[in-house]
Design a protein around this ligand. Sequence first.
Ligand SMILES: Cc1cc2nc3c(=O)[nH]c(=O)nc-3n(C[C@H](O)[C@H](O)[C@H](O)COP(=O)(O)OP(=O)(O)OC[C@H]3O[C@@H](n4cnc5c(N)ncnc54)[C@H](O)[C@@H]3O)c2cc1C
Length: 316
Amino acid sequence: MESPDSAERSHLDLPLKPVQPSDEDCCGNGCVPCVFDIYDEEVKIWERECKRIRRKVKQNSGDALSQGPPLSTSEYRQFQILSVTEDTADTHLYRLALPEDVSLGITTGQHMLVRGYIDGEPVTRQYTPVSDVNTEGYFELLIKLYPQGKLSKLVRTWKVGRLIDIRGPLGNFCYKANQHSQVYMLAAGTGIAPMAQVIQTVLSNPDDETILRLVYACRTYRDIHLKQRLNEWAGYWNFSVLYALSKEDCKTRSTVYRYGDAIHFGRITASLLSTEIAGHSQRSKKFLICGSKPFEQDMVEMLNHAVSQNLEYFRF
Ligand SMILES: Cc1cc2nc3c(=O)[nH]c(=O)nc-3n(C[C@H](O)[C@H](O)[C@H](O)COP(=O)(O)OP(=O)(O)OC[C@H]3O[C@@H](n4cnc5c(N)ncnc54)[C@H](O)[C@@H]3O)c2cc1C
């Protein structure tokens, strides 16, 4: 049998090869079986175990691929939580497992339905993965926990290893590379989720020259979601972000802001949007909007004033 190298061994969780006895381990009295006979037997058993594990892993990944996309619109399927990470004080990032080499099978901007049972009654809510749609082996949900929220109460109890019922994908957003020279994203709070997908789709495609501008409304600097990732994305030539902080106390300045962050202290206003758009008037642009219903309505109203003709927008 081909001996597994350490990478394969740890990847497939193969058992370690039995340790060969040294000459000193043999008493030389012709024992039956001798320590070397036992070793030979152990190696054969070990080889058979490795073969069995390899075959099982191959079969499992074959099964996963042959089953098609891991999500189904017509039935709930279970996904295991791999990790839970705090993103902001009231919002966590949940990483859920996919088979190795398999991605979620959604298109950019799509979301899914999560189901939980509260006192025996099913409760379903929609969530948008924030991981790149092409990520293999896992996907991530960014979920805000509302103090009185129904599903929030259940999500608060989610721990690593738990199986979550999910169905999807849903949503009819369609992104085409280079269709618009500029895409403006107006997001509030967890409305960053579909934007995160769009950003990663654009930035991971070197042939996509779309310029992305995110105007992100949050209460304070500490409430900005996915901040580390936004910092990384801001390193790309075609992505920039303006944080509009409605409740940040800019007078006491107790928060340390990251060098280079563009911050507007206050809400997103019509004049802020007009300034944002001015200077790029000749370019073809699209607006993507995601937040609470009142936020989205406000943005559409303001854009209607700021953009004189052919306002192209999409509300997630
Ligand atoms: C397409 C889509 C994608 C989404 N993606 C995400 C995402 O990625 N991440 C995310 O965190 N959320 C997302 N959401 C929101 C999410 O689906 C839930 O609405 C949210 O998590 C709250 O669910 P809940 O059951 O915990 O709270 P709910 O019980 O639905 O209540 C939510 C909040 O509203 C308050 N509330 C409830 N009912 C009323 C009422 N009648 N009047 C006033 N206030 C009320 C509650 O007290 C609570 O504070 C998305 C929503 C949509 C439509």
